[in-house]
Ligand binder design. Structure first.
Ligand SMILES: [Zn+2]
Ligand SMILES: [Zn+2]
Length: 396
């Protein structure tokens, strides 16, 4: 089976590279992936795949029904959105949309999933059950996965596992990196509105200075991870904005802060915000100010199924050799909304890193960098690994 997968992956390599370059040249931001979505639909229809368009606005689902017998349904997910930044690469496929760039490799993810579609359609007779191709909008912060799930992406037929890959700028080309269990962090936005009492800078005793209150708050927050959380459970509480005042000799009435909480465990995520609220209440009381905390929930912590990882490792080893499988030592404190497809850990899901780093080609820049690019030799590898993993899952 693996030889057939790799043979087709090599046959379609040029097309997949063309797709990737096309997406790279015409990047679209989250929930605005109209042309990307149309392109995906057209390619899936050419392959005779049943398509459901407009899931979560511009998301697309393709269903490949196997002819090898009844069986389970596995989902394979790709995200399609670009970032609001200016590309600084001088390449023939440079972004043609000013201020927009595929700097996280989602152009490659989408192209690879189209390649997977081509491979699996040709191998339909080997598929027991179905493969659902999930093209998701808006991964970069806006959260396209959740509305796709809410609109039935995992239903009819019911999906029993979902896999995905992500380009890895720190993993050498030809390799993948896999990690069981905890893989990505949650990412919530927090807000604090501090209300004091404004007045003349020369009469601070007649005011409640929200800048001083806020400064104490930021300092006190530093004890959340050092003194409130078990040190073996990583957590981040970062204040990213602190705005107050407009005039140098006036004590303002209010200050406004926003930040982020990131954690690898749901309990830690919840406990951290509780700690932050408690500290805010205490600081407010101590200074006679009023602090109103707020939270906007973002992505949940990501957990990779060890069972699915076994299949990913087996597929990669069979195709390219055991030495191509690296084990990631640590999770990342970055977040991924891919894990929404687990429906709060109801379904096993797994994402792996696909190496795209190649110093000889100058591919050394990290994701979200204006010089980010990928080694396109990774594209057929990604197509083959996802396809073979899916085939293995459906026969396991
Ligand atoms: Zn990104
Ligand atoms: Zn990404």
């Amino acid at each position: 089976m693996k030889d057939e997968v790799w043979k087709i992956a090599k046959e379609i390599e040029k097309e997949v590279i063309e797709y990737r370059r096309h997406f790279h040249m015409y990047p679209e931001l989250g929930f605005e992936e109209v042309k990307t979505s149309e392109f995906v639909i057209e390619k899936l229809k050419e392959l005779g795949i049943e398509v459901t368009p407009n899931v979560a606005k511009v998301g697309v689902i393709g269903l490949i029904k196997g002819t090898g017998g009844e069986g389970k349904t596995i989902g394979i997910r790709a995200d399609m959105d670009a970032l609001p930044m200016q590309e600084e690469n001088d390449v023939p496929y440079k972004s043609k949309h000013d201020g927009k760039m595929h700097a996280c490799g989602h152009d490659a993810h989408t192209a690879i999933l189209l390649g997977v579609a081509k491979i699996l359609v040709k191998m339909k007779d080997k598929i027991k059950g179905n493969v659902k191709l999930i093209f998701q909008p808006a991964e970069e912060g806006l959260g396209g996965a959740k509305p796709m799930v809410q609109e039935g992406a995992l239903k009819n037929p019911d999906v029993s596992a979902v896999i995905a890959l992500h380009m890895a700028d720190d993993v050498a080309i030809g390799h993948i990196e896999v990690k069981d269990g905890s893989f990505t962090a949650s990412a919530d936005k927090i807000m604090f509105e501090i209300e004091g009492k404004g007045g003349h800078a020369a009469s601070p005793h007649e005011t409640i200075d929200p800048i001083v209150v806020g400064s104490h708050l930021v300092t006190a927050f530093q004890t959340v991870s050092s003194r409130n959380t078990d040190p073996v459970n990583p957590v981040i509480l970062t204040i990213g904005t602190f705005n107050a005042g407009t005039v140098y000799n006036v004590i303002p009435r209010t200050a406004h802060m926003t930040g982020t909480i990131r954690a690898l465990k749901q309990e830690v995520r919840d406990a951290t915000f509780e700690s932050a609220k408690r500290i805010a209440e205490g600081v407010a009381k101590a200074f006679g100010a009023k602090i109103t905390p707020g939270i906007k929930r973002g992505y949940a912590p990501g957990y990779n199924s060890p069972e699915l990882n076994i299949l990913i490792k087996e597929a990669t080893s069979a195709l390219f050799g055991e030495d191509k499988v690296l084990l990631a030592e640590n999770p990342t404190m970055g977040a991924e909304d891919f894990y929404e497809f687990s429906e709060n850990n109801r379904l096993p899901v797994a994402m792996f890193w696909l190496g795209i780093r190649n110093e000889d080609k100058g591919i050394i820049h990290p994701g979200h960098n204006p010089k980010y690019d990928i080694d396109e030799d990774a594209l057929p590898l990604g197509c083959a690994i996802l396809s073979l993993t899916a085939l293995k899952y459906l026969t396991s």
